[in-house]
Design a protein around this ligand. Structure first.
Ligand SMILES: *Cc1c(COP(=O)(O)O)cnc(C)c1O
Length: 371
């Protein structure tokens, strides 16, 4: 679409990837197809994707400022980017990182596929020292679930000097708030399952590459490894993407209201949200993000059992492990195997788009009921 480059971000979210031939439907319908009649540019869905997939990729690519490739899940996208690491290559990754990514790296480490090197992502100099001789620097910011902020610009610049490509898992921020490719990363990776899908009703992923050649390699991985999303998922993800800026704006406003109230609550030990002026990530987040986001964590007074009771006592907010929907959801992260390093009463909350006073009433009542 020729006007795409001249449109602003919010317009691109709505208009990119839209059919524009005379008589075309307003939106690409779910395209139930596995194969195409010979003679055209497409042959088989897993090889080239279809027009609906291409529309989603055009839209997400225009938001991130690169070339997007859609995958069947966030992990399939993570896997495709890691496939570029040579056998036995060092991958530098944050200690506080999505558990699936750590699981994949550790699983690969056992067979010698990767050599992961875990680092405290807020310690920029130490991260760069670990990048010496590495094949890839994997970053998350804000991190899951401690909501720490990495200095993406400094890390990308330092890694470039060392010749190390950088991939940023941008799931928690979304391109509305943070665009890693503009900050110097080679890849931005998404669990589309979360904010981009936005309604807890689909599973999908995407990797966005700064250069077209890298994107072609990702698409080739998808062809060989089979991680193409289904038609209904691609349809719902593009539909979700249309309202991403609106949903993030509203959910973020709710988060900004809830964070200081939780921080002032006698049953809350500590709130981790970069929007709080005394949060360790506040200054950096203000510089590199367009807002402080929709994700926060808080430690309750008391032990793990109390935190579990709190989650169960909520009536509006739903305890779930997933995040990024219009629905506010939360969970005690320490309940998962491999997350024993976290404070046992740490609750990670994904703030949604409900009326904020209803959210506060639910939190305040459950905190009081389990005190
Ligand atoms: C959920 C998630 C993933 C994995 O995505 P799936 O869609 O569940 O495969 C990767 N990174 C982050 C930060 C996530 O929250």
């Amino acid at each position: 679409m020729s006007d795409l480059g001249s449109w602003r971000f919010d317009t691109r979210a709505i208009a990119a990837g839209r059919p524009h031939a005379p008589g075309a439907p307003m939106n690409h319908p779910p395209e139930l197809v596995s194969t195409y009649r010979m003679g055209g540019e497409r042959i088989y869905l897993r090889d080239e994707g279809g027009t609906l997939w291409a529309a989603f990729e055009e839209a997400l690519g225009s938001l991130e400022g690169g070339a997007a490739v859609a995958f069947a899940s966030g992990m399939a996208a993570v896997r495709a980017v890691l496939a570029g690491v040579p056998l036995g290559g060092v991958v530098v990754a944050p200690t506080d990182c999505y558990s699936g990514t750590v699981g994949l790296l550790d699983d690969g480490a056992a067979s010698g596929r990767y050599r992961p090197r875990y680092v405290e992502v807020t310690a920029t100099e130490r991260v760069l020292a670990a990048c010496e001789g590495a094949a890839l620097l994997w970053l998350e910011s804000p991190t899951n679930p401690l909501i720490e902020i990495a200095d993406l610009r400094a890390l990308c610049a330092g890694a470039r000097d060392l010749g190390v490509p950088v991939a940023v898992d941008n799931t928690f921020a979304s391109p509305v708030l943070q665009r890693p490719l503009e900050l110097g990363a080679a890849y931005a990776v998404h669990s589309v399952t979360k904010l981009i899908g936005g309604h807890s009703d689909l599973m999908m992923g995407a990797a966005v590459a700064r250069d077209a050649e890298a994107a072609a390699r990702l698409a080739h991985r998808r062809e060989l490894e089979g991680g193409i999303p289904g038609a209904l998922e691609a349809f719902l993800a593009l539909r979700g993407l249309r309202t991403l800026p609106l949903r993030v704006e509203r959910a973020q406003a709710n988060a900004a209201e809830l964070a200081p109230r939780l921080a002032g609550h006698p049953e809350v030990e500590r709130v981790r949200y970069p929007g709080l002026p005394d949060d360790p990530g506040h200054r950096l987040a203000a510089e590199q993000m367009a807002g402080f986001g929709t994700m926060m964590s808080f430690d309750l007074v008391g032990d793990a059992a109390r935190a579990d009771a709190f989650c169960e006592a909520l009536r509006l907010i739903t305890p779930t492990t997933s995040l990024g929907g219009v629905e506010t959801t939360l969970e005690r992260r320490g309940r998962h195997r491999g997350q024993e390093h976290l404070p046992p009463s740490l609750i990670r909350m994904s703030v949604g788009c409900e009326a904020v006073e209803d959210l506060w009433a639910d939190l305040d009542r459950a905190l009081g009921a389990t005190a």
